[in-house]
Design a protein around this ligand. Structure first.
Ligand code: NDP
Length: 449
């Protein structure tokens, strides 16, 4: 990345990489935050004295466990489970669970680290954590998913609690998995503790809008970025990578706000439909039938499916990466900018590599990093916790209005913080500094713990 690190911070970064060998994604996430923090130390020498940066890079607790389970043929499988409870200075540990074969400690730590600052940006009382497993849910039956989730929760439950750690979903963990996880938690503890998980189904303690929240929130963030540039989403051509939870509700809100999404994807390929993606079909294929996006083209003669395609080659004005980390590299970013992209809103976590981020910042397009742009999911999880605590349930309209307010506030605070620290329009700097300062002040106040 372009930014030169403060010398003291460079030393800390070197210690972090040495202490956490082989965890590339974690190093990348730490570096990206640390690069923004030089000016903060000048204003806050107490953060240096209290070694806040060193402390914030070290998770408070890391749990790794065996997850044995049996498939439908009776064969035994062993997976690895993780929960990294990163920081609880401003609230209980909060962050999703990811089930994907690529999961290892470095991925969970990068996600947990990001989550600390993201959660701080929401303004709500939630600390940061992340968890998951290298289990691959693809092609598994409902019964296999259930047995895996039950085994996973049989270990994890002892670490959870309303006042301790409250997980949610992420890649590979949606309503079905959260149901099995909650069912097992309830069975083991003999307690109906709605507050122990978020993203729950509406019939068993969930919040309206939680399913839509990350995607909707990311679109609100882009709307706000365009607003300060006296522009809007109306009539914009967009591409959205992925076709999971975040992608689907990103597409939905973009369409509601008058934009046209012409491409989406999964890990096998890309669908391009110039007329506009048929979202009802995507929902049917992905949410109901759990099929591949390749089948989309069979339903629409004027749509193209590109096996193994690169979605960032599809010219667009707004790009919303909503699949996974490092899905946009420097070359992709240059192509997007060359093709006329004016805004990027990250629904996924860390979807752009450092050289890609540099391209967006140098081109001065509206670039909303995931930490800020995708915070709507966890913010609505916090709203779900509020509803559970008061045994109340709010209407869709009321909850969505709250989400909109939260995203508008996150945009304003990241925008203003970037200005205050001499980097106008740079939401990376704004998000990192605003999130960090909130956590750091709480850590100083709580003493050396
Ligand atoms: P889902 O599992 O619902 O969907 C993930 C989508 O991304 C699928 O289309 C999947 O395709 C694709 N994908 C996943 N991994 C890869 C990969 N390695 N290469 C290419 N495509 C891939 O997950 P979510 O929609 O919940 O999460 C998407 C992103 O958003 C993640 O980065 C997550 O951390 C982030 N996020 C999610 C939040 C939430 O509330 N759910 C909150 C904040 C951030 P395939 O089916 O082929 O694997």
């Amino acid at each position: 990345m372009a930014a030169v690190m403060d010398e003291r911070i460079e030393t800390i970064y070197r210690q972090v990489t040495a202490r956490n060998p082989g965890e590339d994604e974690f190093h990348q996430a730490v570096r990206e935050v640390l690069e923004s923090l030089g000016p903060v130390l000048v204003k806050h020498p107490e953060f240096v004295d209290q070694k806040i940066i060193e402390r914030v890079c070290e998770p408070e607790r890391q749990i790794i466990f065996r997850v044995p389970w049996q498939d439908d043929r009776g064969e035994v499988h062993i997976n690895r489970g993780f929960r990294v409870e990163f920081n609880s200075a401003i609230g209980v540990y909060k962050g999703g669970l990811r089930f994907h074969p690529s999961v290892y400690l470095g991925i969970i730590k990068f996600l947990g680290f990001e989550q600390v600052f993201k959660n701080a940006l929401t303004g709500m009382p939630i600390g940061g954590a992340k968890g998951g497993s290298d289990f691959d849910p693809k092609g598994r039956s409902d019964n296999e998913i259930m047995r895996f989730c039950q085994s996973f929760m049989t270990e994890l439950y002892r670490h959870l609690g309303e006042y301790t750690d409250v997980p949610a979903g992420d890649i590979g963990v949606g309503g079905r998995e959260l149901g099995y996880l909650f069912g097992q938690y309830k069975r083991i503890t003999n307690r109906y503790e709605s507050t122990v998980l978020t993203g729950k189904g509406i019939a068993w303690g969930g919040s309206l809008v939680r399913t839509e929240a990350t995607g909707y929130g990311a679109v609100y963030f882009v709307r706000e970025m365009l607003k300060v540039r006296a522009d809007s989403l109306e009539g914009k051509t967009c591409v959205v990578s992925g076709s999971g939870n975040v992608a689907i509700y990103t597409i939905e809100k973009l369409h509601q706000l008058g934009a046209r999404v012409i491409a989406c994807s999964d890990s096998n390929g890309v669908v391009v439909h110039e007329k506009g993606i048929d979202l009802a079909l995507v929902k049917q294929l992905k949410e109901v039938e759990r099929r591949r996006i390749a089948e989309y083209a069979a339903h629409h003669k004027d749509a193209r499916y590109i096996p193994g395609g690169n979605i960032w080659e599809v010219p667009c004005q707004v790009a919303m990466p909503s699949a996974t980390q490092n899905e946009i590299n420097g070359k992709d970013a240059r192509m997007l900018v060359r093709n006329g992209c004016i805004a990027v809103g990250e629904g996924a976590n860390m979807p752009t590599t450092p050289d890609g981020v540099k391209v967006f910042l140098d081109a001065r397009i509206a670039y909303g990093p995931g930490k800020a742009a995708n915070a709507g999911g966890v913010a609505t999880s916090a709203l779900e916790m509020q509803q559970n605590a008061s045994r109340d349930s709010w209407s869709f309209e009321f909850t969505e209005r709250k989400l909109d307010e939260i995203m508008t506030n996150i945009h304003a605070s990241t925008y203003e913080t970037a200005e205050e620290f001499g980097a106008p329009g740079n939401y990376v700097v704004g998000a990192n500094i605003a999130g960090f300062i909130r956590v750091a002040k709480a850590m100083v106040a709580l003493g050396l713990v």
